[in-house]
Design a protein around this ligand. Structure first.
Ligand code: NAD
Length: 296
């Protein structure tokens, strides 16, 4: 006889561009989810969608599985602050999965503090963008104890299709930084190819189709290639978040004494885009920097 396993109840922190569709996918899979977001406008949105929202960390801690997906290291450190955050409300045995992209060393520190209180912790940043969050098709890079990873798989499978055990605590964040180095470089390479083609009067739609059929194909050209041609700046993965991630990767490389000259170049180009008030737009807006540089 197969034993019936009971689903954990989930406390979810941060229902932004990524978090809200993730919450909806968990609910679709039959999980009971209580959501906390610091922004009252988001709380109203949740209520409109009949999603249970709570207005403090104590209430969200009252669940046996906690997921957070917040903008940056500081937000995550605030939420998991040993004195003023959620930590003292969490019961031993609770599993905490932070899916934000933050510094690896901060994830290690937060995880160690929680583990001292018998609370299990995974750093599990994601890739795949808002589209991946909507379609439960995220790639999830997990660091922490392997047993906790295994225990969390049922929940994580409701959010993504590529759930990788990256290794010890903090390694999920290291994998994510590597991912961001590639993503940033792919965007830069695509904008550069488009800039040349445009300057010669080439057909960009045709160029995109051509590149997608050969060894230059990438997730970036498939998902953002048309947005660049159509000059769609809509957010999704904002320039500000991209810069945060590239900065984290640069700091990690500096710590290890590893020169990453390509990363420095891409970081400088995104800074130029941000300096033209594009921080809140999607990271495909890097094409504007190339338009400026080539006066197109
Ligand atoms: P977002 O700004 O849209 O959402 C974050 C939410 O967290 C907001 O609703 C905000 O009000 C809430 N929040 C902030 N501080 C809080 C606190 N102390 N307590 C409770 N709620 C708080 O950001 P996002 O685009 O959803 O990104 C979230 C994380 O996912 C980031 O670390 C980002 O780097 C990563 N990420 C984003 C994408 C993307 O395409 N947007 C892709 C991959 C990874």
């Amino acid at each position: 006889m197969k034993l019936k396993t009971t689903k954990p109840t989930i406390g979810f922190i941060g229902a932004g561009n990524m978090g809200l569709p993730m919450v909806k996918n968990l609910i679709k899979k039959g999980y009971q989810v209580k959501v906390y977001d610091i922004n009252p406008k988001i709380t109203k949105k949740l209520e409109k969608d009949n999603i249970i929202s709570v207005n403090n960390l104590r209430a969200v801690a009252n669940n046996n599985f906690i997921i957070s997906i917040l903008p940056d290291t500081q937000n995550v450190e605030n939420v998991f602050n040993a004195d003023t955050g959620i930590n003292s409300y969490l019961k031993p045995g609770t599993v905490v999965v932070d899916m934000s992209t933050i510094s690896s060393s901060s994830a290690i520190e937060i995880g160690k503090k929680l583990q001292k209180e018998q609370i299990e912790f995974l750093d599990a940043p994601v890739s795949g963008g808002v589209k991946g969050a909507l379609n439960a098709n995220l790639s999830i890079m997990v660091g922490g104890k392997k047993e906790t990873y295994k225990k969390s798989l049922n929940v994580l499978n409701s959010l993504g299709r590529n759930i990788i055990y990256a290794g010890k605590l903090g390694m999920g964040q290291v994998f994510k930084m590597c991912n961001q180095i590639m993503v940033g470089s792919h965007i830069q390479a695509m904008c550069e190819a488009y800039a040349l083609c445009k300057s010669k009067g080439g057909d960009l739609k045709l160029l995109r189709e051509t590149l997608m059929g050969g060894s230059a194909n990438s997730w970036i050209i498939e998902n953002l290639g048309d947005d660049v041609i159509d000059k769609k700046e809509h957010p999704g993965f904002r320039i500000d978040l991209q810069l945060k991630d590239l900065k984290l990767a640069s700091e990690a490389a500096f710590e290890s004494g590893v020169p990453l000259p390509g990363l420095s170049l891409v970081l400088a180009l995104f800074l130029e885009t941000k300096a033209h008030n594009e921080g809140k737009n999607g990271n495909q807006s890097l094409f504007k920097t190339y338009d400026r540089m080539s006066n197109q």
